[in-house]
Design a protein around this ligand. Sequence first.
Ligand code: ZN
Length: 159
Amino acid sequence: MRGVLLLLLVLFAFVAVACRRPAVAPPEPPPTVTVKKTEVDWKAQLSDEAFHVLREKGTEAPFSGKYHDDHAPGTYVCGGCGAKLFSSDHKFDSGTGWPSFYQPIDDKAIAYHEDTTFGMTRTEVMCARCGGHLGHVFDDGPKPTGKRYCINSVALNKK
Ligand SMILES: [Zn+2]
């Protein structure tokens, strides 16, 4: 019995080491992603700005986007794949210069990832369908959720 345990332990250690990816590998897309395209295809489809945000996890300048001051009713969809992500019903004026929502239109529409870049620990928000980077979510939003989804305008389209 001990021999079996030891064998399992060695096997586990081997798998753990073998599966460790090099640091330069891009992060795995969320497991929910069903829209998969090459970076070349995304580049052909998206504007340079949208590609930078959605596929390279960039951030648009505050107050520069088309939706930070938008108050008309509607549904905000992913700029990459068209998935419904946010509703004007949940939008609020955060004063940050980025469109802000206190919740997504559907919890399953969003994938989350811990982002430790720039010396901060933040929660990255992605489109669950195509893995496109949308922005981050913070815990300083208004009621009823207390969340602030801080989203790049360029990652969204409105229907
Ligand atoms: Zn998408």
